[in-house]
Design a protein around this ligand. Structure first.
Ligand code: AMP
Ligand code: ZN
Length: 114
């Protein structure tokens, strides 16, 4: 039995608010949203962080991006824009050690980069 929170969510052992999914990834609403749209896209297999993606898993990350596009469509932010964030490790405040892509949008986001 896995102790990983997001593995349990993917397996349906813990509840989540499903937004979309494809063969490789599952998208669900963040429990503590930081924007009107805040969805997490996770791989269905356990990968700890972006630093742990093996070369043969590169397609999974591509599938995560494709699912993020679908999330943007179904949540209505595809045209207004959105931010994709992947935290890695302590300094980035990563709190759940299962790879995840944050999809944030639905408002003008703070913290203009560049
Ligand atoms: P990070 O800080 O990048 O590791 O992001 C982890 C995210 O997971 C945070 O934004 C949390 O709000 C979110 N989170 C934690 N537990 C759950 C849960 N059970 N369902 C949905 N989102 C969660
Ligand atoms: Zn996991």
């Amino acid at each position: 039995m896995t102790e990983c929170l997001f593995c349990k969510i993917v397996a349906g052992e813990l509840p989540s608010e499903r937004v979309a999914e494809n063969d490789a990834a599952y998208a669900f609403k963040d429990i503590n949203p930081h924007a009107p749209v805040h969805v997490l896209v996770v791989p269905k297999v356990h990968i700890a962080t972006a630093a742990h993606v093996a070369p043969e898993q590169a397609d999974i990350v591509g599938q995560m991006i494709l699912l993020a596009q679908e999330v943007a469509d179904v949540t209505g932010v595809a045209d207004s824009g959105y931010r994709l964030i992947m935290n890695v490790g302590e300094d980035a405040w990563m709190s759940v050690p299962h790879l995840h892509l944050h999809v944030l949008g639905g408002q003008r986001l703070a913290g203009h980069l560049g």
